[in-house]
Ligand binder design. Structure first.
Ligand SMILES: [Zn+2]
Length: 133
């Protein structure tokens, strides 16, 4: 084997290792990205009632996007997203009543408690004890 050929083979081996390393790296990178479906969280506009199901990837995108998330130090740590319909920061975390499947929010975008919808309230609360004599 001539020294030139030997160097050539070494170089080829080195290039192959680099390609493999790059492949492992990018593959690992892809695996680390957030899922685009499943694990959705519910969000709802407190003005128009528009509903958003955010996948972890979408939530991450919104969370990192300054025009989609309200960043107001006076408003505490509540996460409030932009509603494209209302042109306002009014989308807050919502919950779904397991019985009625109705979406509702417990805090509005100003951090004020919201009353539960009557049908959710009825399902969530125990009937009041009968105190008749
Ligand atoms: Zn809205």
């Amino acid at each position: 084997m001539s020294p030139a050929l030997k160097n050539g083979l070494l170089l080829a081996a080195l290039v192959l290792i680099l390609i493999l390393a790059g492949w492992f790296f990018t593959r690992g990178d892809k695996e680390a990205t957030l899922p685009k479906t499943g694990y959705e969280t519910e969000w709802m506009c407190d003005k128009c009632g528009k509903q958003f199901s955010l996948s972890p990837a979408q939530f991450d995108e919104w969370f990192k996007s300054p025009d989609k998330i309200r960043r107001d130090p006076n408003m505490g740590k509540q996460i409030v997203f932009w509603c494209p319909d209302c042109q306002a920061f009014s989308v807050v975390r919502a919950e779904i009543d397991p019985k009625t499947k109705k979406w509702y929010i417990t805090l509005d975008s100003q951090g004020m408690p919201r009353e539960l919808p009557p049908e959710v309230q009825a399902g969530a609360e125990e009937p009041p004890p009968d105190e008749g004599q």
